[in-house]
Design a protein around this ligand. Sequence first.
Ligand SMILES: *Cc1c(COP(=O)(O)O)cnc(C)c1O
Length: 472
Amino acid sequence: MNYSQFQQELLREIPKVDDLIQDLSMEVPHRIKVIACRDVLEDIRSYILSSPNPDAKSVNYETIRDQIEQRLRSILRPSLRPVVNATGVVIHTNLGRSLLPKEVLQVMADVASRYSNLEYNLDRGKRGIRYSHVEGILCELTGAEAALVVNNNAAAVLITLETLARGREVIVSRGELVEIGGSFRVPDVMEKSGAILREVGTTNRTHLRDYESAIGEQTALFLKVHQSNFRIVGFTKDVSISELSGLSARYNIPIFNDLGSGNFIDFSRYGMEYEPTVQEVISAGADLVSFSGDKLLGGPQAGIIIGKKVFIDRIKKNPLNRAVRIDKLTLVALEGILRLYRDPEQAVKTIPTLNMLTLSRDELRSRARRLQRRLRSLKLSGISIGIADTISRVGGGALPLQQLASIAVTLTSQSKSLSAAHIERELRKNEPPVITRIEDDRVFMDLRTIQEEDHAIIARALASTHARLTCV
Ligand SMILES: *Cc1c(COP(=O)(O)O)cnc(C)c1O
């Protein structure tokens, strides 16, 4: 490599790590200061070497010191931290899926900071069972005979298949061999569990006779998988749990339904698509049902397995159960959420996921007006702040076709330095970050997923975004 004289001169002018460290006023362990200095100086070196005509200001001492302080702040900041979800996707897997209500946080804090009866039977003064804290209420809410909970629904599916069908055949419709995303694919999970996949029917049509003719010596289970994030429409036929339950009884082959999301509330009562509830699936004849804690249920990440006691007992005894066991903070949060479901009307108000999904357009419009007034009062030149109709999504692979009519506050730029893409990026880099989406060259902030306390954050973020983008 041949570097120009100028590049070599600049390299020589880069300040020394020791000098810079002496000069940093932040109270930070020495080792962290060294890491930050080296990172920044390394970036400057590669900038100088990779630019044919590097900027001489890149080696300015004060600028470098500022960069190091900025780097230190970013090293010291927690990596996993809250963001404002202005995307309108309610169960946003990348943004943490479900928010827990305040009531539940209080119990979590108590259990986290004190000892608890996690695995201790207070009546008998002996070792107790971890999931006993939710088994009773799960049975009460769903009508199932028994229940257990594990780390997430992927684990629930894996352990159920491993327990009931390892080395034997599981009959599944070709229309249900789904990929959920994040590498959860039904055929792959099946293979990992040691069960043998026996596909029946076609992508769009599967009949009861397809299931029946696949039954053999090796059949262990009928598996029904919720299609979750897609739908097959048109010339279709699938076999319902209640249709399958006749075969199940006749041949003594249990039915396991991976419901994916799993809801206790009938959303059609709130003007949304009908989706069978967990209770309905149990009473239709499923022997085992599994679903997520943090999708439509609106609780913490967990996998819930409910159904016939004979099967649940076998799953509980599986050594894998220890490997996929639920953490105590998750467990206490889950119990808190389940308790709220005892009063479904109240649950829809207090569980954030349900509350956001059922917000009326009038409520969203009045929130949008409030946010608009607040942002307009900042009097930012070059950005016009409007209100537009938009569509929010349920997310989390649940109700993929459901369009939720919603209202957004929009930011339209009137100058080049303030393009929608710039604004979106700067809002995202704010602390806390504000995640928006761009539509028709405008920044959209959907009021459905914006929380009350987010309004002030958005206003501050927009003011500083504007200041940063207009000062250059
Ligand atoms: C989401 C989903 C899963 C995985 O659930 P997690 O709780 O995210 O592990 C499994 N099966 C189906 C059908 C799903 O929709």
